[in-house]
Design a protein around this ligand. Sequence first.
Ligand code: PEP
Ligand code: MG
Length: 316
Amino acid sequence: ARAREAEARALPARTRDGHTVSIGANINLPDQAAFALSQGAEGVGLMRTEFLFLERGESPSEDEQFDIYRAMAVALGNRPLIVRALDIGGDKQVAHLNLPHEENPFLGVRGARLLLRRPDLLEPQLRALYRAARAGASLSIMFPMITTAAEIVALRTVSERIRAEVEAPAVPLGIMIEVPAAALQAESLARHADFFSIGTNDLTQYTLAIDRQNPQLAAQADSLHPAVLRLIQATVAGAAKHDRWVGVCGGIAGDPFGAALLTGLGVQELSMTPREVPAVKARLRDSELTALHALAAQALACEAAEDVRALEGGMA
Ligand code: PEP
Ligand code: MG
């Protein structure tokens, strides 16, 4: 039975009517790659690099970062690897950076906003990533907390300069969609980004005005809220106008019902905690895309997250 289970995990997430969804893992370090692959992940959809900065008293050097990114690519045997540029601020504070106190850090200088103000953080990371690409790693770079087209244009300009300096090949540059403004302007952002990955943890927080860390509101912070689903739909529609692919790397991607619904909304890649991969794959393999499209249409018409959740019971 165990061998059969392992065999099933290795199968693609292909629906009964032949639609395939890419399945990635959210991991931070190369030594987690083997486990992710053993669970059936097809690559890494989100490498959270803050981790390299959070757990120590100083920033890792460019050379240390290069070693880690290259080791990750090697551990993945050149399967897809999406590395997210440093996402500091909000819930991710790094003491040794001595950043100024903010009254509302989730609405402050976080993610891309910090990267654009701190070339001393952004540039060594980009150099390390492009050096890894030059050394043969097939990676993509993803920027967090993008709100405006101007941010991605500015980040792309810096990236391109560093790529030229390092004499590296081009690398896909994607963005996270985690701010409602970005979802609503997805078409315009898609002109400047090669792919989108929706961060539903933050997108839910900003859409519903619920601090993602407030335990009193945790039950209401549901990424399947119809308002969040509409923003996901808008993101998929905007991306399609420029032939960009859309993934989801927030927590809801690892929930089998959530994964089914996201697939129905047109999301093409799902990235999740490694241990969630087998159940999500099994669920998608057991689904029909046509039924998932109908499910998504029903969910978008719902009034509340509970109504969306209740649709699960009605599914074949
Ligand atoms: C998200 O916001 O959904 C996400 C994947 O990023 P993080 O949880 O690291 O903020
Ligand atoms: Mg986020």
